[in-house]
Ligand binder design. Structure first.
Ligand SMILES: Nc1nc2c(ncn2[C@@H]2O[C@H](COP(=O)(O)OP(=O)(O)OP(=O)(O)O)[C@@H](O)[C@H]2O)c(=O)[nH]1
Length: 391
């Protein structure tokens, strides 16, 4: 979900020339949209003029909601106290989305729902629940927390029926996951700079493509940066997404990913683009030199715009189980994550890892993905997610 500030952000003042020269090799522009006629003023490190989409004026403040919001219309409180009315969801879209989410999480939901059928409330039930939660990748800490809290609830509310216990579990899980449900706020910075990280194949590039579409639906102009300078295929993939969405992609054949990121920020500032999304090459948290490189990308982005990056997103594959939690911790320690996107919840994902994240490293989950199509990325909604797990 996105929230938009009421007043559009004024362009941030251009930085003084960087003290430490940042090596910016001349980028190879990939003109997707028609090149704008005006040349881009030279950045401190003087990248060549880069054709980007014509500047999109910042739209007048409008109430913004996700195009296919999962929840029924409900007012959403802005951080500044402004109320942004949510748009009603498209019923067909919502239905198919829920079906895919349920299908993706069916392994866990089957385990969790069957154990309550005709069950007595005794130690056996709690043991079976413990196994089901552990198998779902919730991890020991979150599993123990859920069991303890449920037992307390059963006692204090004097529950006697297994279906009541299931309902209590539902409430408990929703309470646990709701802190992860935070909207991404748009319009605070001009441009808003997003850095995207994750392990190989997590779905970074695909997510960027889908997000670009979502952002455009919220009247945001977008620029993409192909920060994966190692793999030509990754650059090509991003370029294809750029073409699909009619947005420009800053790319160069080889070289320093930090330079590509810097160049993209400068181009977006010069052109008045609303959002820059910077792709990065996949890496494992154990590849320390690559994690250092990622930190450098972050530092160099800040040299181009002091307040940036405004969002540092980690993309995690929902099928990686408990390892996803280790990824969240490592990338958060290295970069200071502002949000997560959990992809591939349509596969063999078990879903419990979100409980583990909520318990041990509660980084907001902005979006979840249940497929490769643009509409398969939707804002995370705790209640909807728990219902997919428990029905
Ligand atoms: N089923 C399914 N597939 C997805 C989803 N998101 C991404 N994929 C697929 O996962 C594969 C990897 O996605 P990429 O976007 O290339 O992943 P990446 O993290 O950019 O990969 P690297 O550049 O190798 O690090 C592609 O085949 C995508 O189509 C999803 O939500 N569901």
């Amino acid at each position: 979900m996105f929230k938009r500030d009421v007043a559009p952000a004024a362009p941030e003042p251009v930085q003084a020339p960087v003290q430490e020269p940042v090596p910016v090799p001349v980028p190879v522009p990939v003109p997707v949209a028609a090149p704008a006629p005006a040349p881009v003023p030279a950045a401190p490190s003087a990248p060549a003029p880069v054709p980007v989409a014509a500047p999109t004026p910042i739209p007048a403040p409008v109430p913004v909601a996700p195009p296919a919001a999962a929840k029924a219309p409900a007012p959403v409180e802005e951080e500044e106290g402004e109320i942004v009315p949510a748009a009603p969801p498209a019923p067909e879209q919502k239905q198919s989305w829920m079906q895919r989410l349920k299908a993706g999480l069916s392994k866990t939901s089957t385990n969790l729902t069957t154990l309550f059928v005709g069950a007595k409330i005794d130690e056996d039930l709690y043991e079976e629940l413990e196994s089901a939660l552990l198998v779902s990748d919730a991890g020991v800490e979150a599993t123990q927390f859920i069991l303890d809290a449920l037992k307390k609830k059963v006692k204090s509310e004097k529950l006697t029926d297994a279906q009541q216990v299931k309902a209590a579990l539902r409430t408990l899980l929703i309470d646990m996951l709701t802190p992860l449900q935070k909207p991404m706020v748009l319009g605070r910075h001009q441009p808003m700079v997003m850095m995207i990280a994750g392990v190989n194949g997590a779905g970074k590039t695909t997510t960027i493509g889908k997000l670009a579409k979502h952002l455009q639906a919220h009247h945001q102009s977008v620029l993409l940066a192909a920060g994966d300078t190692f793999r030509a295929a990754a650059r090509e993939q991003l370029t294809i997404w750029g073409e699909r969405n009619n947005v420009s992609v800053i790319s160069q054949e080889s070289g320093d990913p930090a330079a590509v990121a810097f160049d993209a920020v400068q181009s977006a500032r010069a052109r008045g683009t609303n959002v820059v999304m910077i792709d990065t090459a996949g890496r494992l948290p154990t590849q320390l030199h690559l994690m250092e490189e990622l930190k450098k990308v972050r530092r160099v982005i800040a040299k181009g715009m002091a307040s940036a990056p405004h969002e540092v997103l980690l993309i995690i594959d929902g099928n990686t189980g408990q390892n996803a939690l280790a990824q969240v911790k490592a990338f958060d320690d290295a970069l200071g994550l502002t949000g997560l996107v959990v992809t591939k919840l349509d596969g063999t994902a078990k879903g419990g890892v979100l409980a583990a994240i909520a318990k041990t490293r509660p980084v907001p989950v902005y979006f979840i993905g249940v497929g490769e199509k643009i509409e398969d990325l939707q804002p995370f909604n705790a209640e909807e997610f728990v219902d997919a797990l428990l029905t």
